[in-house]
Design a binder for this molecule. Structure first.
Ligand code: ADE
Length: 406
């Protein structure tokens, strides 16, 4: 049980490791640039999120917040936000299920936010369905951006959205290095396994898959990549990983990690072919990558040998085997661990902060489509991080600049 002072310490620790966001807030809080702007936010309830909402509140915004996943909220952060942060309405249940999860999104929308910040696209979808009067939105994650692009293609977006996910800084620091580390951390926290010498299959070699594969390899695992995209498959191959079809990898690998954004990546035809004692988990935003519904039907007497680990038995009598699913197939780095570290979320949430400020000024001149983060901003953030770490780099001479212009 955390005391109030422990919760505050957790918040202060995260804040102290988010220097870029702190610097940006100092700049914008003097003028209260978001004065009385109503923000509706759907994010994982972590200390880093508490730092972001406190920053936005200091810049004058009124915020309503609900969780981006039914299982990822951290109780001590909820306590902290309830007790310490003004201008924030928090809609979260202690034991969130799907029904309360969606109700809390409705409660956020009932506050009539002008700007919506989402992680996964569910709140945006609801706002659009409710014909909510929103001036603009931001989106934190690849799965959410993909959904919003589809809505945009069908002409269904009712406000402009900035894909905060799509800057090099976010993809590199958060999706690759951040999620790479926190996914492996989630596996270790929940199971206690040793990674060295394990045979690990990473499904998907996008930004997250690259990060997960890199960390697992660095810890001594033998990593194989399963991919459907030939370009990503060749990249994995040239990066030195084994590459192969999942079907052929089931029987002789120990751990399977889905990072694809697709559904039923590991499905009913796969489970009975797994190695005895295999471990399955998902690092994608939605809990659809492993067919958990089928698993629960296949073995109604499944049980949890330890928290966040579920044991299933295959139901084919000639090959009865057991295997384990971590965090019920939900995003393992946030449910099984604390998500990305504050240094990482410093960049992701600085991006979010700047995108929200941009929308507060420019949304009325934008059209209802998905926008990328401006390249200039990406470079600016990279410069700030390099400076923070004391890393110096070269710059082009005037002659070199004109050479490029020729
Ligand atoms: N997504 C990944 N890690 C996170 C964190 N620590 N806080 C909020 N959202 C996250």
């Amino acid at each position: 049980m955390n005391s109030d002072s422990d919760s505050k310490k957790g918040y202060l620790w995260a804040k102290s490791r988010m220097p870029i966001l702190n610097r940006i807030v100092r700049k914008y809080s003097k003028s209260k640039i978001l004065s009385d702007f109503k923000l509706g936010m759907c994010l994982h309830i972590t200390y880093e999120t508490a730092v972001l909402v406190t920053a936005l509140s200091r810049a004058g915004a009124m915020i309503s917040l609900c969780p981006a996943n039914p299982l990822s909220s951290k109780d001590h952060v909820i306590d902290y936000l309830h007790s310490e942060v003004a201008n924030v309405k928090l809609f979260v249940n202690n034991r969130e299920d799907y029904s309360s999860f969606y109700k809390n999104m409705d409660r956020v929308l009932d506050t009539k936010p002008q700007i919506i910040t989402d992680d996964g696209g569910e709140l945006h979808k609801k706002a659009i369905l409710r014909s909510q009067n929103v001036v603009g939105g931001t989106e934190e994650t690849t799965s959410g951006v993909n959904r919003l692009r589809m809505l945009s293609k069908d002409g269904k977006l009712t406000y402009p959205i900035i894909a905060a996910n799509e800057s090099i800084m976010k993809l590199l620091l958060d999706n690759k290095f951040g999620t790479g580390q926190s996914t492996i951390q989630g596996i270790i926290n929940t199971t206690g396994v040793m990674v060295a010498n394990k045979r690990i299959v990473v499904c998907g070699y996008g930004w997250v898959g690259k990060g997960v594969a890199r960390v697992a390899k660095g810890m001594g695992a033998k990593v194989t990549i399963a991919e459907v995209d030939p370009l990503l498959a060749i990249e994995a191959y040239l990066d030195g990983f084994e590459v192969g079809p999942l079907e052929k990898l089931l029987a002789n690998n120990d751990i399977f990690i889905t990072c694809t954004g697709q559904f039923n990546v590991i499905g009913r035809d796969h489970f009975h072919k797994l190695k005895e004692g295999a471990i399955l988990c998902n690092a994608g935003h939605f809990d659809v990558e492993i067919d958990v519904n089928y698993l629960n039907e296949m073995d109604p007497s499944h049980f949890d040998p330890r928290p966040n680990v579920t044991c299933y038995h295959t139901n084919r009598s000639q090959c009865k085997k057991k295997f384990y699913l971590i965090t019920r197939g939900r995003v393992v780095n946030l449910v099984g661990a604390e998500g990305n570290s504050p240094e990482v979320m410093d960049i992701s949430f600085s991006n979010q902060f700047l995108a929200i400020v941009y929308l507060s000024k420019a949304a009325s001149k934008m059209t209802n489509r998905v926008y990328r983060m401006p390249k200039k901003l990406d470079k600016k953030l990279a410069q700030l991080v390099l400076a923070e770490h004391g890393v110096e780099i070269d710059s082009l001479t005037p002659d070199q600049i004109s050479y490029f212009k020729r």
